[in-house]
Design a protein around this ligand. Structure first.
Ligand code: UT7
Length: 329
């Protein structure tokens, strides 16, 4: 997807809850073990919100950090877009709440639901507003409070999903001279909608007492089926992003942190050196739309993003929806 005006990433930030949940904690609710979780997912710990804590406060914190890094005031932001499937409320959008918390008084605001590909979908939308010349400063955030919509008694999901968010401020590339978004691709296959879904509570079926008892209003995932799709899709997205590129210029592959085994299989297929693949699932778990921007923000915070190096991003999840990006830092 090429665009008329080149778009860059002027600032980056992330925010995760302080509360650390280790693998052993889950043994009080489900039949699992630290050994199983580490071996099958690569996760050792994750962050979960405390009772009463709001995801919107974390979105505001990472938005503030991205604005500060870019040297842009909240009053200069034209648009706030957030990729999430777990906003504070189903109505209104969490983007409106974050717009207010940040004091982005002239900004429009809306959410995008693209599952784990939510950040890259949101990035693609934000990029269009800059590329068309319509706007100068677009805040693009992604993240989740999955602990709030995951069934504590479902061992196939509860050990995987976590809370946290990150994001970027987009500007014309000639205004910031970093993070050039060279190319983006989006894809979907809604025939697989049932693989990751919250079965009731949408407009099709409201929640009954029985649903509440059975947890049908919470996230359900057919993990093994998703796993098979995920390996092929992640491989295809990385292959697309690196097609025709000089591999010696590769800085980092920044994949959605869905499961360490999926990432190892996909990157090994493409013979990508493991040291070029950024992985933090061991510390943060799977935060869906939050994983890619949290990784990017950690790399930035640790000065691990080299000027002009290539960043390859790939994400896949509920929808089914997927997205890839190639960025020249
Ligand atoms: O980010 C959005 C996209 N999501 C993904 O890409 C996730 C993709 N899927 C996965 O990561 C993996 O499928 C899971 C981590 C969810 C599950 O791992 P798996 O190796 O695929 O396990 P499985 O579903 O094939 O289940 C194997 C066994 C089953 O037991 P039986 O039926 O063989 O007796 C499960 O009940 O492992 C059992 N199991 C567990 N055992 C201990 C499932 N979860 C757990 C658990 N602890 N937490």
């Amino acid at each position: 997807m090429t665009v008329p005006i080149p778009v860059g990433i002027a600032g980056v930030g992330h925010s995760v809850p302080d509360r650390v949940i280790d693998n052993d904690w889950f043994t009080q609710f489900v039949d699992t073990s630290d050994e199983w979780i580490v071996q099958r997912t690569g996760i050792s710990q994750r962050r979960w919100l405390e009772d009463g804590e709001k995801l919107s406060d974390h979105f505001a914190a990472c938005g503030k950090a991205a604005l500060e890094q870019a040297g842009v005031l909240p009053s200069e932001v034209d648009l706030v877009i957030i990729g999430t499937v777990s906003p504070d409320y189903l109505v209104p959008s969490v983007a409106c709440i974050v717009q207010d918390k940040l004091g982005c008084e002239k900004a429009g605001a809306f959410d995008i639901n693209a599952g784990c590909a939510g950040f890259l979908y949101t990035l693609s939308v934000g990029r269009q507003f800059i590329a068309s010349g319509a706007y100068k400063n677009v805040l693009v955030l992604g993240g989740e409070a999955l602990s709030r919509i995951t069934d504590i008694h479902d061992r196939g999901t509860v050990v995987l999903f976590a809370d946290g968010c990150g994001g970027v401020l987009l500007r014309r590339h000639d205004d910031c001279e970093q993070g050039l978004i060279e190319d983006l691709t989006l894809g979907s296959d809604g025939s697989g909608y049932h693989f990751i879904t919250r079965p009731v509570g949408g407009s099709y079926q409201s929640i009954t007492q029985e649903d509440l008892a059975e947890g049908n209003h919470l996230l359900r995932m057919q993990g093994r089926d998703v796993y098979r799709f995920a390996v092929d899709q992640m491989t295809g997205l990385m292959e697309w992003a690196m097609d025709g590129q000089d591999i010696s210029e590769l800085g980092w592959v920044i994949p959605h942190q869905m499961n360490k085994r999926i990432l190892e299989t996909a990157t090994a297929r493409l013979e990508i050196p493991p040291e070029k693949v950024y992985i933090n699932i061991d510390r943060f778990g799977n935060t869906s739309a939050g994983t890619v921007p949290i990784c990017l923000s950690e790399l930035s915070a640790h000065n691990k993003l080299e000027k002009n190096s290539l960043l390859v991003m790939a994400a896949f999840g509920a929808g089914l929806a997927w997205a890839g990006a190639r960025i020249r830092w």
